[in-house]
Design a protein around this ligand. Structure first.
Ligand code: NAD
Length: 279
């Protein structure tokens, strides 16, 4: 029987640990404060932003909300970010992506001060992660590492295969597995003989963005499978990049969707917010 890696449980344990830590910090007069910027009111972004604010409230992190109209110019947005960069009360800045088409996401990401970059997307933050220096880790890949560690799954020396090479998931995922001493292969849409490579994996991470792409023939008997994907199917039910029902009988451990990687992303964002004030 495959072990179900319970992201809901592990994320709530992390949030409880952070809540206790924030109580101690508050007793010393320190309260972390996150500025959350949303441009427009895309329904999915509204859900994500609300969940982030709720997690802040639960842990005791102060959150400042900037709900900006869709038409705001890039210059105006950059001015707000610049003010928040210089505001000593604000420890972390989060700009909910995606942004409207007239705003260049890269310019906005570059504008956030690296010491307040709790999403971990600024090039300086990415560079620090790559060379193993101290700094924020990108939330979704860091959440995957926590899922594995807290489920007592060793990464050291394991064949780790990542499907996907996006800047937000695939590439940083590979770097973090490498930092944990995994032997890492990155695969992508131009990879030849994908199944031959994924079948080598002791730990297979799927971040493809294609519903139920990974079937049993992509996985080795006894592998650990982590599904980063998140989709709504034709019946409005959530599913991942992995065909869970097809794969579950073959693997030793697997993350479900929902309740796997998803809740970990917010928990790790909260960890980064607390990190801004850790001594
Ligand atoms: P993306 O579209 O930016 O990247 C997808 C990657 O998959 C690309 O690098 C591409 O090369 C690769 N790919 C596409 N087709 C392939 C194929 N046929 N064979 C091999 N590789 C292929 O997506 P992303 O932002 O990295 O997100 C991936 C998935 O994770 C999406 O479903 C997204 O919704 C989900 N996601 C979940 C969370 C979370 O918190 N759970 C966070 C971020 C993203």
């Amino acid at each position: 029987m495959a072990k179900l890696i319970d992201g809901k449980l592990i994320s709530s344990q992390i949030k409880d640990e952070l809540k206790a830590e924030v109580e101690e910090l508050k007793a010393k007069g320190v309260t972390p404060c996150l500025a959350v910027i949303q441009v427009g009111n895309d329904p999915a972004s509204c859900v994500y932003v609300n969940n982030k604010k709720k997690a802040c409230a639960y842990i005791g992190i102060e959150s400042l909300s900037f709900e900006l109209e869709e038409q705001i110019s890039q210059e105006e947005l950059l001015t707000i970010i610049d003010e928040l960069n210089h505001n000593e009360m604000v420890n972390g800045i989060l700009v909910q992506l995606p942004l409207p088409k007239h705003i260049d996401e890269n310019t906005v990401i570059h504008a956030i001060a690296p010491e307040k970059d709790v999403d971990g997307f600024h090039p300086e933050t990415v560079g620090n992660m790559c060379i193993g220096s101290k700094g924020f880790l990108p939330c979704t890949p860091a959440g995957v590492i926590q899922l594995l560690k807290r489920s007592n799954i060793d990464i050291e020396g394991k064949e780790c295969v990542v499907i996907g090479r996006s800047n937000i998931v695939g590439k940083p995922m590979a770097m973090l597995l490498l930092r944990e001493n995994g032997t890492v292969t990155i695969t992508h849409s131009r990879t030849k003989d994908l199944k031959e490579i994924t079948k080598r994996a002791d730990i297979l991470i799927a971040a493809i963005g294609k519903p139920k792409f990974v079937t049993a023939e992509y996985v080795k008997e006894g592998a650990v499978v982590v599904d980063v994907g998140i989709h709504r199917n034709e019946n409005n039910k959530l599913c991942g990049d992995v065909d869970f029902d097809d794969v579950v009988g073959k693997v030793s451990a697997i993350t479900p969707v929902p309740g796997g990687v998803g809740p970990m992303t917010i928990a790790m964002l909260m960890n980064n917010c607390v990190e801004t004030v850790r001594q």
